[in-house]
Design a protein around this ligand. Structure first.
Ligand SMILES: O=C(O)CCC(=O)C(=O)O
Length: 269
């Protein structure tokens, strides 16, 4: 990250790095994402209109293609530049599968609205990183953010249907005073965003799938007192950028895939 990019992240609460991953890498990752192991381990969360948002989530970043992606030098160094000093750990990754016509919406929320409930004390030590596996645009429900809302407080989060959303009264005020940004991404683009940045996405009513992977990171000093999973405080074993392609197609097979029932009690998306 350049100084300007770091400044921009601090000011706006997000930054987009275009084409951080090559077409060859995205082709390989998309092939792995559409494998049986990922789709079989996905679960649905219904939005308010009964549309389904499908995701597959795991904690440990291993030696599969997505583990290598989330541990590769360019990504971990970018995260480090944005979150500052400390040992970077991988909290979890999830493949968001927004299918054509049926992919559901996400309510306005802050990721720290959830993670606070896991007992993390320092939001500044955390970050979300979204890599587009397909094009994401306004038609297929790209992520929307309210610029600079990371400077507001953490809002109360409660269930709105099956999802947790930020207190609607506070969201209404935040919407009035903040610029709405549609984060349109091409495959290979990466959006880095602050855990207190308000964001949402609309349903995918288009003919095109919108798939992405979101990896969440944490610094090892930020030890959660209600989270049993140790990945979030285990420093990432960084691999060279070439590792993704050099290792070839490696399926995601995990002992720690998250199941929906666990999601409800753990407050982890
Ligand atoms: O992928 C999306 O549409 C929304 C995901 C999201 O907001 C999140 O995981 O925090």
């Amino acid at each position: 990250m350049t100084e300007d990019e770091i400044e921009s992240y601090k000011k706006d609460g997000y930054i987009i790095k275009r084409q951080l991953f090559s077409k060859e890498e995205i082709d390989l990752l998309y092939e792995v994402a559409t494998d049986d192991t990922v789709t079989k381990n996905s679960f649905d969360l219904n939005d308010q209109d009964g549309k389904k948002t499908k995701l597959t989530l795991w904690f440990t970043a291993g030696d599969d293609s997505f583990g290598l992606m989330s541990r590769c030098k360019r990504l971990v160094e970018s995260v480090q530049d944005l979150v500052g000093p400390g040992e970077v750990c991988h909290f979890h990754s999830k493949i968001m599968q927004k299918q054509p016509k049926v992919g559901g919406a996400w309510e306005w929320h802050q990721d720290y609205g959830y993670w606070y409930k896991n007992g993390f004390l320092y939001p500044e030590a955390m970050i979300s990183v979204m890599l587009a596996l397909t094009e994401a645009n306004r038609e297929n429900g790209c992520l929307q953010v309210l610029k600079a809302t990371h400077k507001m407080q953490r809002f109360e989060h409660n269930f709105i249907g099956e999802q947790q959303g930020a207190d609607p009264d506070f969201v209404k005020e935040a919407v009035k005073t903040s610029e709405l940004i549609y984060c349109e991404l091409k495959p290979g683009d990466v959006l880095f965003f602050h855990p207190n940045l308000l964001h949402r996405s609309e349903a995918n009513l288009s003919e095109n799938a919108r798939w992405s992977v979101i990896s969440a990171y944490n610094l090892s000093y930020n030890i959660p007192f209600r989270e049993k999973n140790l990945s979030c405080i285990t420093p990432v074993r960084v691999v060279p950028d070439e590792a993704i392609l050099e290792s070839g197609k490696k399926e995601v097979t995990k002992a720690d895939f998250l199941k929906k029932e666990a999601e409800i009690t753990l407050n982890v998306k």
